[in-house]
Design a protein around this ligand. Structure first.
Ligand SMILES: NC(=O)c1ccc[n+]([C@@H]2O[C@H](COP(=O)([O-])OP(=O)(O)OC[C@H]3O[C@@H](n4cnc5c(N)ncnc54)[C@H](OP(=O)(O)O)[C@@H]3O)[C@@H](O)[C@H]2O)c1
Length: 234
């Protein structure tokens, strides 16, 4: 039985990934996490009915409750095999305009919650023969974006965290992938570039396809690297 946890599953890249993975014959249970219940329901509606799915309304910035949530998922399904850290937050501000709240929320959602969720899940993944983790970072994590310092720095943390864990968790046969999308047509991107025509950039399904391939193609050896996903034709 393969049980998958996906954060950020209520829209955008997380939704597209959940829909894509629901058609994967290897997957039995999918646990979808976000704060917007209607968004999660819509994701579930788009998924294949052949997979069992559970919706969990949970605010990932509630760091101290993450352990308990993971414990209850493990108690219910008996294993956690794939973890997809996709949830993200962006409210870019210039250094002199930013606030403690902005810095804190950006790092809490993009990095601390992901690190704490991963820690809680790895405790159980260690018991499996093989497990996989996908962390979604961003091209902003490795290239300068004036005005985006908190977001970009939080994504740089995700990249380094993933590369480090890839080596640290190898002894437990846990593969850690880091996917860094470029511009992708989602709500988050709309906030960053309101004037941009979303039909001219990459679609969430393109990123979902890459994540799906990483998880299902056993011949690839791409763990522990910052994998840039960008449509060069656009
Ligand atoms: N779009 C791009 O151009 C782009 C480029 C590079 C990287 N990325 C990364 O890709 C990932 C997905 O982003 P997206 O573009 O698909 O954005 P999106 O459509 O805005 O989706 C963001 C997801 O994160 C969830 N989320 C945010 N804060 C949360 C919280 N406190 N607790 C639980 N869930 C929370 C949202 O769910 P709720 O609102 O329901 O809570 C939503 O499902 C992010 O990590 C983002 O940084 C995006």
């Amino acid at each position: 039985m393969t049980t998958v946890i996906i954060t950020g599953a209520s829209r955008g890249i997380g939704r597209a990934t959940a829909v894509k993975l629901s058609h994967c014959s290897q997957v039995d249970n999918m646990v979808l996490i976000a704060t917007n219940y209607d968004g999660l329901l819509e994701t579930q509606r788009q998924m294949s009915s052949g997979v069992h799915s559970e919706l969990i309304v949970f605010d990932l910035s509630q760091l101290w409750n993450i352990d308990q949530m993971v414990q209850s998922i493990y108690d219910k399904y008996g294993s956690i095999d794939w973890l997809l850290n996709i949830a993200g937050y962006a409210d870019p501000q210039l250094l002199l305009d930013t606030t403690i709240d902005n810095l804190s929320q950006t790092f809490t959602v993009n990095f601390f919650s992901m690190a704490i969720l991963t820690k809680a899940v790895v405790k159980f993944m260690k018991l499996n023969e093989q497990s996989q983790i996908v962390n979604v970072a961003s091209t902003a994590g490795s290239t300068p974006r004036p005005g985006w310092s908190a977001y970009a720095a939080s994504k740089a943390a995700v990249i380094n965290f993933s590369e480090t864990l890839s080596e640290e968790l190898a002894e437990y046969h846990i593969a850690v992938y880091c996917v860094s999308p470029g511009r992708t047509a989602t709500d988050l991107r709309k906030r960053l570039a309101p004037e941009e025509d979303p039909t001219t950039i990459m679609q969430p399904e393109d990123v979902a396809y890459t994540i799906y391939t990483l998880l299902t193609d056993e011949t690839q050896c791409l763990a522990g690297q910052d994998l840039i996903v960008r449509n060069k034709k656009m």
